[in-house]
Ligand binder design. Structure first.
Ligand code: GLP
Length: 260
């Protein structure tokens, strides 16, 4: 077959959108786009063809193409860059849920540079749920620190950490700028990590989180609450974290309990 025939055949195949199929046309297009990503035809570095070109290729309406792209954007397979185009999204970071690790350690394991930008820092009276979680006396104060966590300078998570002032007296805002809280607690206050309890639930980004995390308002996030205990079983940290749903995938290993 001549080269031009091969190209023609390939183009003809692309136009095969089965209009009588019960599978919606936009969905058939998402499948074809996925295949092109797998084959490397669409990749991280080159923008997808513009909408009008896809309309031409698949012989469908602009609305159908938009729906297909939106579907893939929502799945985190494609990303839109304002004013530049639509690109294949970088692979998600796989995060183990079973080990008690710090953000800095997690990034180092991937060969990435961890960063922390302090958004706010201060001493405050915690609310009842935090008091209970950290087993604090009434009127005991905590440091409250909100940090944007970065991986190779890309915002990944927004974390609000509360620690009793008695655990790390004299903690300052600048101590937390671009450094690891766990390393600092271990080195300066001899806090030795024991275990933690953690919950994970979906959350939609408010305009505040969206702006800091560089996602659109309403994007899916993963909300994590962690209470961390030291080796003597004392709870020392209460953390609320918002992780980007488009950049994270959580992994756990499951073992069947014996006796079943
Ligand atoms: C993770 C956890 C947080 C913890 C943080 C410590 O991000 N979700 O609960 O506070 O690690 O990380 P680092 O020591 O890098 O500041």
């Amino acid at each position: 077959m001549e080269l031009h025939e091969i190209i023609q055949t390939a183009h003809a195949a692309e136009k095969i959108i089965d209009r009588h199929s019960p599978i919606p046309m936009y969905y058939q297009i998402t499948k074809q786009i996925r295949e092109k990503i797998e084959m490397g035809e669409y990749n991280l570095h080159n923008a997808l063809p513009p909408e009008r070109e896809l309309v031409e290729t698949y012989q469908v309406s602009r609305m159908t193409v938009r729906q297909a792209i939106l579907e893939l954007v929502n799945e985190g397979i494609l990303i839109r860059r304002k004013g530049v185009g639509t690109f294949v999204a970088p692979p998600k970071l796989e995060q183990e849920l079973s080990g008690l690790t710090s953000f800095t350690e997690d990034m180092a394991k991937r060969g990435m540079k961890a960063g922390a930008r302090v958004i706010s820092f201060g001493e405050t009276m915690p609310d009842a749920s935090v008091c209970e979680a950290l087993n604090l006396h009434p009127h005991e104060h905590v440091y409250k620190c909100e940090r944007l966590r970065l991986a190779d300078d890309e915002p990944m998570a927004l974390e609000t950490t509360l620690i009793a002032t008695s655990v790390c007296p004299g903690l300052r805002r600048e101590d937390l700028e671009n450094s690891s809280l766990y390393t600092l607690l271990a080195d300066r206050w001899k806090v030795r990590l024991g275990h933690a309890t953690q919950t994970l639930e979906p959350f939609l980004a408010s305009p505040f989180e969206a702006k800091l995390l560089h996602v659109s308002s309403g994007s899916p996030l993963l909300l994590m609450h962690r209470v961390t205990f030291d080796q003597d079983g004392h709870a020392f940290e209460y953390v609320k974290s918002f992780y980007r749903g488009d950049r994270y995938k959580f992994v756990t290993e499951l073992h069947r309990k014996s006796g079943r």
